[in-house]
Design a protein around this ligand. Structure first.
Ligand code: NHW
Length: 398
């Protein structure tokens, strides 16, 4: 609480200049929901890139080029998000980056790097991808912004605002005026604040590497027993999603997501891209009724490992992240228990989930524990009258 109120008082030299909900406007009911600024004619959008400090240059990244992908991968693997204690760092795989950055209709010009002119070393990165996001009754063409990263040696030099302005300019050039993004830090102004929950699959390793701690009055063997899962899934008709399931899964997911205040507006192309299984990137399962062959339920998780920093025997933590799940016949609790079972079979160490959508209904019962990380959701150039509850969000960003 103390920390939150301090951060509300803090000046935000950059964010105060941007068309985003401002902290001083919280609770002002005279402000209407929707765009803050109107689009400007495309001819008035700045045509040249923003100026970088001397010695640096912009580069548009071709993520399909093995060399370029490797450069981005290395920048992120060494400089991207860490936990508060600097014990773990996200380690997105190259395959994952290609998937995350090339959905239907993506723009190469939104994959933006910064290099040192003389050495060509990549030192900063930011990306956008196009997405249709429904906010209440309105489907808005937005950019989803992700992978903002500045090399550790170049931090706190105000490079991030230049990266953000440049991606904004390139989004504007495609005639889009809104964006969605998430961050673990707070600035003006979250539309929702969510919490991560973690379900141990390999408790011994998680404890060994300091990801979790042995509970009070617990021994290692009791802990292992506590988190033990059945060898195989329980629900009859539970199987991997296949390409021919795309229409049925699209129908299921569209109906489900319509109940949330903010959610993606997925069509069949989006479902094929985002939800069809891709080894070590995205896993999806569904329940096909053994009698009617109807697809009644769906669950999915993506793969995002952590580097374990400075541990003598382990260097990688394999984490699954809950993505989109829909239950109509199989209880959500049972469906997610099956998701845990397949994640365990596939050797993940931990299964993570946010408290978005209906996730709260299974987290405690399936032995997830609350993490210390918060995740704030933001919209750019779109005002929400009130903050949303996590359960009103139907959106998961990577
Ligand atoms: S969140 C992950 C962000 N990345 C990391 O945490 C990696 C490790 N950290 C870093 O690389 C997922 C640096 O610390 C970064 C900041 C680069 C984060 N979002 O250059 P300065 C995303 O990628 C503000 C937005 O000196 P730095 C989402 C900060 O509040 N703003 O800092 C990205 C301050 O502004 P203020 C952030 O530490 C969404 C200013 O940056 C931020 O060297 C982007 C300080 O800049 C963050 N995560 O570099 C927005 N972190 O006003 C998209 C700090 O408070 C907006 N800041 O003074 C939409 C654009 C498109 C619109 C289209 C219409």
């Amino acid at each position: 609480k103390v920390q939150e109120s301090l951060s509300l008082d803090k000046r935000h030299k950059f964010w105060e200049t941007q068309p985003v909900g401002q902290f001083k406007d919280i609770g002002d009911s005279s402000l209407t929901e929707g765009p803050i600024e109107l689009p400007t004619p495309l001819s008035e959008v700045k045509q040249e890139p923003y100026n970088l400090p001397d010695h640096y240059e912009w580069v548009t990244c071709d993520i399909n080029s093995e060399q370029m992908c490797e450069e981005v991968y290395n920048l992120l693997a060494h400089n991207y998000v860490e936990d508060d204690e600097n014990m773990f760092r996200f380690k997105y795989s190259k395959e994952f980056l290609r998937w995350a950055l090339q959905p239907p209709g993506y723009f190469k010009s939104w994959h933006i790097g910064v290099r040192v002119k003389s050495t060509k070393k990549m030192v900063a990165f930011i990306t956008g991808i196009p997405a249709r996001i429904r906010v209440r009754d309105e489907v808005v063409h937005m950019a989803e912004i992700n992978f903002l990263c500045v090399h550790k040696k170049l931090r706190t030099k105000r490079l991030a605002p230049v990266m953000i302005k440049e991606v904004t300019r390139r989004v504007h050039l495609e005639n889009m005026w809104q964006a969605a993004y998430t961050a673990g830090v707070i600035f003006p102004t979250p539309i929702a604040t969510c919490q991560y929950w973690h379900r141990s699959l390999n408790p011994k390793k998680l404890i060994d590497v300091g990801f979790s701690r042995l509970g009070a009055r617990m021994t290692m063997s009791r802990t292992i027993k506590l988190y033990k899962l059945p060898e195989s899934t329980i629900t009859p008709g539970f199987r991997k999603m296949e390409i021919h399931d795309v229409p049925a899964v699209t129908r299921l997911i569209r109906t489900y997501l319509s109940r949330f205040a903010v959610a993606p507006d997925f069509d069949e192309n989006d479902v094929e891209h985002w939800l069809l299984p891709k080894e070590d990137v995205i896993d999806s399962f569904l329940v096909e009724s053994p009698e009617t062959h109807e697809v009644t339920d769906f669950c999915s998780f993506y793969t995002l490992p952590f580097s374990i920093l400075g541990h003598p025997s382990y260097s990688l933590l394999k984490a699954a992240y809950s993505f989109y799940n829909v239950s109509t016949v199989t209880p959500l609790l049972q469906l997610m228990n099956d998701a845990l079972i397949v994640a365990k079979q596939k050797d993940y160490d931990v299964f993570n989930a946010l408290d978005v959508m209906q996730n709260e209904s299974f987290l405690r019962e399936l032995k997830f524990g609350p993490g210390d990380g918060k995740l704030h959701y933001y919209l750019y150039n779109y005002r929400m009258r009130h903050a949303l509850k996590p359960s009103e969000l139907g959106l998961v960003l990577l």
